[in-house]
Design a protein around this ligand. Sequence first.
Ligand code: DOR
Ligand code: ZN
Length: 464
Amino acid sequence: MNWDYVIKNGTIITPHETYQAHVYIKDEKIAAISKQPLEGETKKETDATGQYILPGLIDVHVHSRDPGPTYKEDFFTSTQAAAAGGITTVFDMPNTTPPTRDASSFHAQVANLTPKAHVDFGIWGIALGPMNNAQLPKLHEAGVIGFKYFWGYAVNKNTFQLTYNYEPGMTDVLPPLSDGEVYDIFQNVEKTGQVLAIHGEDSSLIQVLTEQVKKTGRTDYNALLDGRPNLAEEVTVQMGTSFSRASGAKLHVLHVTTGEAADAIRRAQAQGAPVSAETCPHYLFLSNEDYPKIGPVMKIYPPVKYEKDKEALWEAISDGTIAIVSSDHAPHTPEEKAGGLWKIPAGMPGTETMAPLMLNAVNEGKLSLQKLAALMAENPAKRFGIYPQKGSLEVGTDADITIVDMNKEATIKAADLHSKSKVTAYDGWHVKGVPVETIVRGETIMKNGEIVHKPIGHVVKPTK
Ligand code: DOR
Ligand code: ZN
């Protein structure tokens, strides 16, 4: 047999095994994995001695802003950032203008994203409640990766962009839905059999508490947390898990930030509710105590909480309550992120820094490489119905591979990010363990931090 690409002498890592082998790629697929060298010519070869071969990493939570406020980011730059960070598949979040709200906007989005995609991609559909419940079956048939509901957000009436700092009485916004309307989203998504992902924060609680705190004149980070406390996440996640159990809808709790929410998810899972959860690097590596050093860049919704929550989230990862780590890549410009804490938008880029930070945590003994392969490849692929095409290292599946060097050291620099938004909480952080090659369906997209290929990404749809 002749091969397109052979990766020799690496150590294969899956959630279940670690072993040395050569990987043989042909026609975009893994054609063989062998401990002994195989016969045949190859067009290309890499020696991965001392390096680790992971299933291509998946980032299920990327806001690319495309179409819409593309001055912050677009799909060309977000997928460049992803590839630079060792990611081979991203899931595109639907808070775009227009949002991915029906079958025709889904097809338009596939056409828009494909020519810019450095990596493969799934597309989230948005759930807007009464405005598009009737469209969900068609979105499902078209091939969305799941449905996202921004629970707790008001959105702009015309652009559907999120209102980051909502105050009652604002005009031009669609206010957050009632609990009953949210339950109806669960019922409608259940009929599709797909996953409903929620941003979970209680808007009425946040409105009342934020107003109280603002009256005191405080503008410090803990004031933001007093207005948007752990309780705001806890009550919504609790209601969400109850709605999931009652409706039968598969629920995915996005970006869990608190021990209270992790406890609620753990309880719901123990009762058999179809609930999964993710957290993000900023909740695992930062707490309110970092704010004086990092500043307003760190404002993200839900906000980064306390040291005790950080510890609780690592525990929830360790016991499997939280089975996915995503970036919640949410770029804004440096100017937008520089104002007062009450005014500026929430979010920062993260898809490029996620794998280095997690690999560094492996080197620090916080988790194993096998666990990382579960959190960032196998588990997301299984949850969203694209396994084993994605998220595995098996003969016959897509040759999506992330090669990592656990001895290589690097310093994260905001100015070097591939995102349009040169903003990060981790500027100057030193890491040991970095992705050195990103391979999408057999093509090397990133090598040693450089993007070396034109966009070749395809849309990925769940298997029915
Ligand atoms: O901080 C955030 N930014 N949280 C979200 O829920 C949305 C995101 C964005 O799109 O900016
Ligand atoms: Zn998000």
